[in-house]
Ligand binder design. Structure first.
Ligand code: AP5
Length: 214
């Protein structure tokens, strides 16, 4: 199964991708997580991406196209994957087509997580993230077992720098301007399936399993 997860910031793409990749043994490729790791390790890519991410802007396509192409080639796209946060504009979608052609596979489905922007703002302002494994928590909907620390590796949870309200609003604008047009792009190809992202994570996961036919 080769999937793209679309949806605004805070729709729950990362949460559901982590669950589905475990359930179906798929590779989970999150460009946001890869970039945050690059920033943490102060790599040249991380240093270039940092300013864009902190402002809620997209990082340049050349960076994300290269990161995704490397993952697909290195880790074997034919075994199945979830692309979470990529592509984010039409140029990236075209680059993805080329990358997939080069490894000889196509997409199975594109899942669009549908949610009201007002819900997204409260989800993101309450999010705390593990800096090591990137697992997202939330004070109300997904509290960690020990307050302030990751259940999986014990790291101290952080408030993502782009989860400040003004940056969240900018990320939503960027999503509407640049990423939302991809829903028509994939709908025209008969690949798009919408999943209602409102409700608790278990309910959304059940809908997702139905949407992917599992
Ligand atoms: P990225 O990391 O991809 O962020 P995003 O798309 O803005 O998505 P989020 O991680 O904010 O939300 P999510 O939908 O994954 O929700 P989550 O599951 O965490 O990108 C960050 C930045 O990197 C971009 O702004 C850009 O600068 C750069 N970037 C990345 N990819 C790029 C690309 N391809 N091109 C250019 N630039 C790129 O959940 C959110 C919160 O809600 C959590 O607290 C969670 O616990 C909670 N939650 C989840 N599900 C539920 C539920 N059902 N009910 C209640 N709460 C829930």
């Amino acid at each position: 199964m080769r999937l793209i997860f679309l949806g605004p910031p805070g729709a729950g793409k990362g949460t559901q991708a982590a669950r589905l990749s475990k359930h179906l043994h798929l590779m989970h490729v999150s460009t946001g997580d890869i970039l945050r790791r690059a920033i943490a390790y102060e790599t040249p890519i991380g240093m270039e991406a940092k300013a864009y991410m902190h402002k809620g802007e997209l990082v340049p396509d050349e960076i994300t196209d290269l990161l995704v192409r490397e993952c697909l080639v290195r880790d074997g796209a034919s075994k199945g994957f979830i692309l979470d946060g990529y592509p984010r504009n039409l140029e990236q979608a075209k680059q993805l087509d080329e990358s997939l052609d080069s490894v000889g596979v196509g997409l199975t489905k594109v899942i669009d997580f549908a949610i009201d922007p007002n819900i997204v703002v409260s989800r993101l302002s309450g999010r705390r993230t593990c800096p090591k494994c990137q697992t997202p928590y939330h004070g109300v909907s997904r509290p960690p077992l020990r307050d302030g620390f990751c259940d999986l590796d014990g790291s101290e949870l952080e408030h993502r720098i782009d989860d400040k309200e003004e940056t969240i609003l900018r990320r939503l604008e960027v999503y509407q301007e640049q990423t939302e047009p991809l829903t028509s792009f994939y709908e025209e190809r008969g690949l798009l399936t919408r999943v209602d992202a409102v409700g608790d994570a278990d309910t959304v996961f059940d809908r997702l399993l139905k949407a992917v036919g599992k």
